[in-house]
Design a protein around this ligand. Structure first.
Ligand SMILES: CC(=O)SCCNC(=O)CCNC(=O)[C@H](O)C(C)(C)COP(=O)(O)OP(=O)(O)OC[C@H]1O[C@@H](n2cnc3c(N)ncnc32)[C@H](O)[C@@H]1OP(=O)(O)O
Length: 218
């Protein structure tokens, strides 16, 4: 498979490694820091607007290789490609249950385990060595960071960022576009657009306010 990466930063370099781990080839790195499409060696570099031309010319699939969830969503909306135009990239050293589902544009890094009947949406990042346990549902544009442990039956909303090494206990829900701090342990449902940190995780920010330290539960 030929793959076009949208984005040309550190995250894109990691995804390029994932692509080549399977014997596939990155044929283009598109980023709006480039003004014109040009070929250097075997790879095209150019602005993201070149993507439509390259898909037609090269019969390639696309991955939006940008770490920020909201930016990934914005670019997907702007490109307006069909689901078929996106690749799902699974590193050869990840373990994905045959009964799990992964959406288009989703990337699965080395050492990840996705267990039975998990449903992972589109344009999701499942980062290095995390675990998504059985029956979890992970929304579109979510990013689960390295080493996180998402236990059985957890619901992770669209656009959620779960920090490195965080744990979510079984059947809890993380509302859309919330952030869980690195190393936190989520033992309660977390409402949308919140930031929660600590062990156990407590909400420190909501969509329209910052919860003062004094008001947080001990
Ligand atoms: C390959 C890769 O690199 S993937 C990237 C993975 N990235 C991550 O895991 C980063 C996750 N991000 C975090 O943990 C961040 O600290 C966030 C998003 C939770 C909070 O960031 P900010 O909104 O900037 O909060 P800020 O740094 O101002 O901290 C606010 C308070 O929360 C506390 N806090 C922040 N993060 C944490 C945490 N992870 N655990 C416990 N407490 C925390 C701070 O000590 C501070 O407490 P105080 O008000 O009592 O002083």
């Amino acid at each position: 498979m030929k793959v076009i990466l949208i984005g040309d930063s550190g995250h894109a370099r990691v995804i390029a490694d994932n692509v080549t781990s399977n014997g596939d080839t990155v044929i283009a790195r598109l980023d709006d820091k480039y003004s014109e499409l040009e070929k250097r060696g075997e790879c095209f570099y150019g602005p993201s607007s070149s993507v439509h031309e390259l898909i037609r010319q090269e019969q390639a699939k696309v991955v939006i290789a940008i770490g920020a969830n909201a930016v990934r969503q914005k670019i997907a909306s702007k490109l307006n490609l069909s689901e078929d135009n996106y690749a799902t990239i699974i590193h050869k050293e990840a373990i994905v249950s045959p009964s799990a589902e992964l959406g288009p544009g989703t990337v699965v890094m080395p050492g990840v385990i996705v267990n039975a009947a998990a449903k992972v949406g589109s344009h999701v990042i499942l980062n290095t060595r995390l675990v998504i346990e059985h029956d979890c549902v992970i929304g579109d544009y979510a990013h689960v960071s390295p080493g996180a442990m998402i236990t059985g039956g957890v619901l992770v909303g669209d656009g959620v960022h779960i920090g490195a090494g965080a744990t979510v206990i079984p059947t809890k829900s993380i509302g859309a576009w919330s952030t869980i701090g690195a190393g936190s342990v989520v033992i309660d449902d977390i409402e949308e657009h919140s930031t929660a940190v600590g062990v156990p995780a407590r909400i420190i920010k909501t969509a329209d306010q910052t919860v003062s330290t004094a008001n947080r539960k001990a």
